[in-house]
Ligand binder design. Structure first.
Ligand code: GAP
Length: 499
């Protein structure tokens, strides 16, 4: 991981947000190459989920929605994690992720959790876990911490209202809390914690405006926000991230067969772009793990450096969401199939609330998985006989930020002009390439290996005479002399073949 983090910064993939001010917890900026990689992953997902299907259409919804959406969906009441404070070192952590320890057993820890502190011993409480930072069993009670970011809509100042109300009153903590909640409630809105809900509340508009027939899907890519108690592993779990979600509406009773279909589709999508297919697997949720709205759920997991972890969830969400939003809004979020007999009356025409299969992927998390999958170190011997490590990103060419690099051997003698002619030819075809004349050719090859550029085309003295170039393959480092036209075709054909 540390090698990936350092490569990301050095090569312009990912920077810490607001770095010059010391950074912000778990916030990241995607640099020039990271932005390209993210766009390419999103474009491949959209192509596969929307463009290649008759029955899936897209949506790009607001991040801030009517607060009733989150009331109805259950996020306001239940989208929370159990938060605990360590009374020894003051660390805040998630109870469900804390290291387990046998209740009653004695553990050792250091006072204050700082080097040089006194050694202490205490028994593990009935909670059965200890502080992940200092190992102490002296912990506060658990309290539910809602993960949604709350903000205010409109030119309101809820604090001024509270200040007015509280002036001159002597109140208890809980009375003050109640007044604060009441003051912020009228203007409170939330940053969405998932893109999914907008696809449920826009179900009818999309279905009617596009004359969609069940089964059909609504797909969306966009930002989501969660005030995570623990952010971890670089961009794996952050407070601001991007999701690629699809809600697939199907007939009640067909959810199992669609679940099987979407599981297969989604796994094969990852496999298509990965080098090591064995680093992806399914994990079915146990009954006790299932969300209250789901009748089945599989995670697609990836083998991260710290072990298997979630990459995408494929959930069978029943008719829960449409049913709840219909009941709360009073709008019939149902579908009428005039060709099917109603199961109740046996007469033609069946109105029902569709069931939903939801493949919910993390775009930023996929980016991390594809980087980890692509990162390769190869030992080789250079021209001087010295052992050298070659670092390369074996990114799938459709994901790679640049599809080729065009490199004049020297920055004179007409070579830059010919190189630019080739660059323009690629750009005309919508292919993103890099023109690079800085440093020695060896250093340029190394740079492009490290950022995952599949091909380097080198222009030399001969090129001007016979319009030929050397094409170097990133993965094999093999070089071949071919014509410029053939080089253009090779890059184009490789991209087409892999679609
Ligand atoms: N609508 C269902 C839903 O949002 P989820 O499992 O909570 O399901 C789906 O999220 C995916 O979004 C996850 O599999 C993960 O890839 C990504 N994701 C969730 N929380 C994240 C976070 N804090 N940081 C980065 N990615 C996250």
């Amino acid at each position: 991981m540390s090698k990936i983090v350092s490569l990301c910064k050095r090569r312009g993939f990912i920077f810490q947000s607001s770095e010059i001010y010391g950074g912000l917890k778990s916030a990241y900026d995607y640099g020039p190459l990271g932005a390209e990689l993210k766009r390419n992953i999103a474009a491949e997902w959209w192509r596969n989920m929307v463009y290649e299907r008759e029955n899936v259409v897209g949506l790009d919804a607001s991040i801030v929605m009517h607060p009733q959406v989150w009331q109805t969906s259950g996020h306001l009441a239940g989208f929370s994690d159990p938060l605990v404070d360590c009374l020894n070192c003051k660390e805040r952590f998630r109870a469900d992720k804390a290291p387990r320890s046998e209740p009653g057993s004695t553990v050792e820890y250091i006072q204050g959790g700082k080097a040089g502190g006194a050694k202490l011993k205490a028994p593990v409480t009935d909670k059965g876990y200890i502080c992940p930072n200092c190992g102490a069993p002296t912990l506060s009670d658990e309290r539910q911490f809602n993960l949604m970011f709350r903000t205010a809509l409109g030119p309101v100042d809820p604090l001024a209202e509270v200040a007015r109300e509280l002036e001159g009153q002597s109140l208890t903590q809980s009375e003050i809390r109640e007044k604060l909640e009441a003051a912020v409630k009228s203007s409170a809105v939330y940053l969405r914690p998932e893109t999914a809900q907008s696809m449920f509340v826009q179900f009818l508009n999309v279905q009617q405006s596009m004359s969609m027939k069940v089964p059909f899907g609504i797909a969306q890519i966009g930002k989501s926000f969660r005030n995570e108690i623990v952010t971890e592993h670089f961009i794996f779990r952050s407070c601001e991230f991007e999701q690629m979600e699809m809600e697939f509406f199907c007939e009640p009773g067909t959810q199992k067969e669609w679940m099987d279909y979407w599981r297969r589709e989604r796994m094969s999508w990852y496999q298509r772009y990965a080098n090591d297919g064995a680093a992806f697997r399914f994990r079915q949720h146990e009954g006790s793990e299932l969300a209250h709205y789901a009748d089945d759920c599989y995670d697609i997991e990836f083998l991260y450096p710290w072990g298997w972890g979630e990459l995408e969830g494929v959930a069978s969400r029943t008719d829960y969401d449409l049913g709840k939003h219909a009941a709360e809004s009073g709008v019939k979020l149902s579908y009428f199939d005039q060709n099917k007999p109603s199961p109740e009356t046996g007469k033609p025409g069946w109105r029902y609330i569709p069931y939903v299969i939801e493949p919910a992927a993390g775009l930023t998390r996929s980016l991390l998985a594809f980087l980890l999958d692509a990162y390769t170190e190869e030992q080789g011997v250079d021209a001087k006989g010295e052992t050298k490590t070659r670092v390369l990103l074996r990114l799938h060419p459709r994901l790679a930020p640049y599809k080729a690099a065009v490199l004049p051997l020297v920055g004179k003698d007409g070579q830059p002009e010919l190189a630019m002619e080739i660059v323009r030819e690629f750009r005309k075809r919508g292919i993103n390439v890099s023109y690079d004349e800085k440093q020695s050719i060896g250093k340029r090859y190394a740079r492009h290996d490290e950022i995952g550029t599949p091909y380097c085309l080198t222009i030399d003295g001969e090129s001007l005479g016979d319009r030929s170039v050397t094409i170097r393959d990133r993965d094999t480092a093999r070089q071949e002399r071919i014509s410029i036209d053939q080089a253009l075709r090779t890059v184009q054909e490789r991209l087409d073949a892999l679609s």
